[in-house]
Design a protein around this ligand. Structure first.
Ligand code: C2E
Ligand code: MG
Ligand code: MG
Length: 615
């Protein structure tokens, strides 16, 4: 194959002009691709590529490449690390201007080149510099023919190489600048969450027995209060204080990195060896105390506290995202259970969460299939053991016929608000049941339904119950709602409105689980309800002590003085029933008289009972 003819001086100048124009017209990246392509066609060579210095020593990375036969070599993003001697000899050659290899003149084969499928017949390597620092190489390679390069061509290529390196350098530092900024949380100067997660993934891969990683997830509770009371600027300052305190303190004890996940949530990863674990947990707890104290100093009257979860990564078998999620889960348990010390993640927590997810996902189908069953537990009149009525209690029937009890799922649905739909479902079942008995000419009795405090976030309950009354036309004296005292603590006015509307329309209202909370006495004097339901906790002893009896008697007489009826739940023995009767209690509910039972069983129970709903 004939050698190509050299570029004329005019063509060399045109090449330089092309490079200048390309950079002024295009974005750097596409300009470099165009230029590389243009150089290859102008010189008629097989391949032109750019290699840039890489962050490892003696390494170059292929960043741009143009080939006349695209199937031949593709080395973009390939990084080659050279022996120091090869690197050094290449630098020496570059110091003379450029390096030219020709297969026919007895030269050693070029070694300062990446993996190529065919050995080049000739190549020209033009170094690129930024100032006096080596930046990379512009390679022109031919696999088929041998070229000569004249001085004019070499000069033109040197100018082009300098233009290119300058632009690439600017491009890379622009990227570097932005990415650094993007990696940092501007407020606290900590890493941002995404960058932290990336780094943590890298660190997890490197975990050894001696360098396990501990994740600490921290949330400042009631931080909103600082923002609202002292303003966002003070809030921001406080977040900086937290970041600084943690960084200074923990860094003295363990290698660590930290980020602000969002708002007032911080995540830390620290190398904590097994023998350090106890000390580390103490350190975290002490630090939380210090932070709270500093926040309170700066913002007096804040009720601030810190919830912290810890997850230990012992093996590199988990992603950063899952590890952080586990620490966060432990943190949520700390919050839920009001634990003021850091909570360490356990597998049981995960099981619990999975179970909750299962329940939430299964709920809509369970409602549609009527797997949620309403059971009825009799309420007995103390005066003559006649049947007063019943309480509706929900159960979830599984396909194998067994039941999930409400204490397993009600708290889950209270958390996400699904309890509202569950309660509405129960109310509708109760209305339907009473309607059926009325239509069949059977005697009827009041049925009480439980009301979750979640209803009083919205009060949809009022219109829902009105709708049921319109639809089923149930006499309101057959209906009763049981509210627990915690209802009154959070949403007093909405609960009060509901109670007023119920009682105004003849629906009874009772206070459930009385005496089990903290503020029972406060609440009882300030609201108007029909019935006080004494919590079963007071009957925990089968043989009631004199003290137990004194407390129960006092509650009963207090309720009576306030004009209320009294029912006691959880009655399991004859002696308990006897005592309650003697203490002037109105009604009794408990296993002694009847467990909660399904509709059919309760119909039978009622058929065998004297029914006195108005006693
Ligand atoms: P609660 O409203 O205080 O209901 C009384 C609970 O005591 C029921 O438990 C009942 O089965 C149980 N119990 C009754 N007699 C005895 C007894 O003699 N001894 C003992 N040890 N326990 C007795 P259950 O059915 O498991 O319900 C637990 C709680 O779940 C209820 O307490 C109520 O707070 C809630 N719940 C049940 N159904 C519903 C519902 O439809 N909606 C709402 N929001 N909550 C419900
Ligand atoms: Mg109840
Ligand atoms: Mg109760």
């Amino acid at each position: 194959m004939a050698a190509r003819s050299n570029l004329t001086e005019k063509e060399c100048l045109e090449l330089i002009k092309y490079v200048c124009d390309a950079f002024s017209a295009k974005t750097t990246e596409s300009a470099v691709s165009m230029i590389v392509e243009h150089i290859r066609t102008a010189f008629g060579v097989s391949c032109v590529s750019i290699r840039e210095v890489f962050s490892r020593p003696y390494s170059l990375r292929y960043t741009y490449e143009s080939l006349n036969d695209p199937t031949k070599v593709k080395r973009i993003n390939e990084t080659v690390t050279y022996k120091e001697t090869i690197w050094q000899s290449a630098m020496n050659k570059f110091a003379e201007g450029c390096y030219i290899y020709k297969a026919d003149n007895g030269q050693d084969k070029p070694r300062f080149i990446g993996a190529v499928p065919n050995m080049p017949m000739c190549m020209m390597q033009m170094p690129m510099y930024i100032g006096s620092s080596f930046y990379g190489v512009l390679d022109l390679v031919d696999f088929d023919v041998i070229h000569d390069w004249n001085e004019c061509e070499k000069d033109a290529l040197r100018v082009c190489a300098n233009y290119i390196s300058q632009y690439l350098y600017n491009l890379n530092s622009a990227f570097k600048g932005t990415s650094d900024e993007l990696n940092i949380d501007p407020l606290t100067g900590l890493m941002n969450f995404q960058y932290f997660t990336e780094k943590l993934d890298e660190k997890i891969c490197q975990i050894t027995k001696d360098t396990p990683i501990t994740i600490v997830y921290t949330d400042i509770n009631h931080f909103k209060y600082i923002n609202e009371t002292y303003g966002y600027r003070r809030g921001d300052e406080m977040l900086k204080i937290v970041a600084q305190a943690v960084r200074e303190d923990v860094s003295q004890h363990a290698e660590n990195m930290m980020c602000r996940a969002y708002a007032d949530n911080f995540v830390m990863a620290a190398v904590v060896t097994p023998e350090m674990i106890e000390i580390f947990e103490k350190l975290v707890n002490d630090l939380n105390d210090v932070i709270c104290e500093r926040l309170r100093e700066n913002c007096p009257d804040t009720r601030i506290h810190i919830d912290t979860g810890i997850f230990y990564i012992k093996k590199p078998n988990i992603t950063a995202a899952s590890a952080i999620a586990n620490a966060n889960l432990a943190r949520k348990i700390a919050k839920r259970d009001n634990i003021r010390k850091a909570v360490v993640f356990t597998d049981e927590m995960m099981d619990e969460i999975k179970y909750q997810e299962y329940l939430n996902n299964a709920l809509p189908k369970a409602m549609a299939n009527h797997d949620l069953k309403v059971f009825y537990q009799p309420k007995i009149n103390c005066a003559d053991d006649s049947l007063y009525g019943a309480e509706a209690l929900i159960r979830w029937q599984k396909p194998n016929g067994t039941f999930i009890y409400p204490d397993k799922f009600i708290p889950v649905f209270e958390k996400n608000g699904n309890i509202v739909e569950v309660d509405f479902y129960v109310y509708r079942e109760v209305f339907k049941y009473l309607r059926k008995r009325l239509d069949n000419g059977l005697p009827v009795f009041p049925i009480s339904m439980n009301v979750s405090r979640v209803h009083f976030r919205s009060n949809r309950i009022i219109s829902y119950v009105k709708g049921l009354l319109d639809e089923y036309k149930i006499p309101t004296e057959l209906l009763e709602f049981e509210l627990t005292e915690n209802i009154y603590m959070n949403n007093f006015s909405k609960a009060d409105e509901f109670i007023g509307i119920c009682r105004g329309n003849g629906i009874k209202v009772s206070m459930d689980d009385f005496g089990s909370g903290y503020s029972s006495l406060n609440v009882i004097s300030s609201i108007k309800i029909d019935t006080l339901k004494i919590d079963k906790i007071f009957l925990k002893n089968i043989n009631l002590s004199e003290n137990d009896k004194a407390v129960i008697e006092t509650m009963i007489s207090m309720a009576k003085r306030l004009g209320m009826k009294v029912i006691c739940e959880g009655v399991e023995t004859e002696s308990q029933a006897k005592f309650l009767k003697s203490a002037n209690c109105d009604q009794i509910q408990g296993y002694y008289y009847g467990k909660p039972m399904d509709e059919e069983s309760f119909n039978n129970f009622a058929a065998d009972s004297v029914i006195k709903p108005y006693l």
